[in-house]
Design a protein around this ligand. Structure first.
Ligand SMILES: [Ca+2]
Ligand SMILES: [Ca+2]
Length: 309
């Protein structure tokens, strides 16, 4: 088991501090893998546009793309004593992968030619550059998060006087990612679904309305501007669970949370494991399989539960 000796000596002090603060509810940070729900007319089907301006003439074509994949997130939640999610205070997006179905556009400049463009293998990731992102009520500020198109490419070619300027032209997002900021507000909801045995299970729903207008290419001398547009709503759902029985913190299994259990927790302090099959018994909250201050706080909350007086 990994042990961080430098931080270990701090543990008793932290423990006493949390015990002293014992009483008020504390925020828990939950790791949630959010999966995009199947595309439908309103969600996870984005409108895209490819538009070329030459001089004063702008020609635009549109195509829709279905998005699938996931967004990794950390959600900070306060729970009340009946395990209801009282308030969500922060959310951080830190990865995952969103795949887009391929795109195709055709722009006609009449007798001056045509431009054809294809978007293939495009994938994106959602990030929070300065974590955590604030949440007020159920609303999150989209300006605190970015969508990065970091895989795939848009390539164009053409015919005629205008089209041959594009013969060929391509933007490879894996070489030059597009970082698109968002505006307005998204939604996040945490819902207590059910309590089973010692665990409460929660559903998280996130909706991110996107509106991206990106200048992909500009040649002021020739008066050419190429823009890519993307709009629509991403909706993703995920689950987390947390131990809600006081005896979750009984790591030795003798029915009492005492110094013996602190010893087990110290052995696992700052240890990391596979979240899919977490071997750490002291992983009491977070779902990220990492024993830290949040787990210690849950532990302190159960101090001396079940022990003889
Ligand atoms: Ca025990
Ligand atoms: Ca944890």
């Amino acid at each position: 088991m990994d042990m961080n000796i430098r931080s270990l000596w701090l543990l008793p002090f932290l423990f006493l501090m949390i015990l002293a603060l014992h009483g008020p509810i504390f925020a828990e940070v939950m790791f949630v893998d959010l999966t995009l729900v199947p595309p439908s007319a309103q969600i996870n089907r984005l409108d895209t546009s490819f538009s070329v301006t030459v001089g004063t003439a702008t020609v635009t074509d549109t195509d829709s793309t279905d998005v699938t994949g996931n967004v990794l997130s950390e959600v900070e939640v306060f729970f009340d004593p009946s395990h209801q999610p009282n308030v969500v205070t922060a959310v951080t997006f830190n990865g995952g992968r969103i795949d887009m179905t391929d795109l195709s556009y055709r722009l006609s400049f009449s007798f001056l030619g045509n431009i054809f463009a294809d978007g293939t293998g495009i994938a994106a990731t959602v990030f929070t550059p300065s974590p955590p992102g604030t949440v007020v009520g159920n609303s999150l500020e989209l300006s605190e998060h970015v969508v990065v198109l970091n895989e795939g490419a848009v390539s164009a070619y053409g015919t005629g006087i205008i089209g041959t300027q594009f013969d060929p032209m391509s933007a490879d997002f894996s070489q030059e990612p597009i970082e698109a900021t968002m505006e307005g507000q998204g939604q996040i909801e945490v819902i207590l679904d059910h309590v089973q045995n010692e665990r409460a299970y929660y559903r998280v729903v996130v909706a991110l309305p996107l509106s991206i207008d990106h200048v992909a290419y500009e040649d002021p001398e020739l008066g050419i501007t190429v823009r890519l547009g993307l709009s629509g709503t991403l909706q993703a759902e995920g689950w987390f669970s947390r131990c809600v029985a006081a005896l979750c913190a009984d790591l030795t299994g003798d029915g009492c949370v005492d110094a013996e259990d602190v010893r087990v927790l110290s052995d696992q302090w700052l240890a990391v494991g596979d979240p899919g099959d977490c071997p750490l018994t002291a992983e009491l909250t977070g779902g990220e399989c990492y024993v830290d201050l949040f787990d210690l706080a849950v532990f302190a909350d159960s101090w001396l539960v079940g022990c003889p007086l």
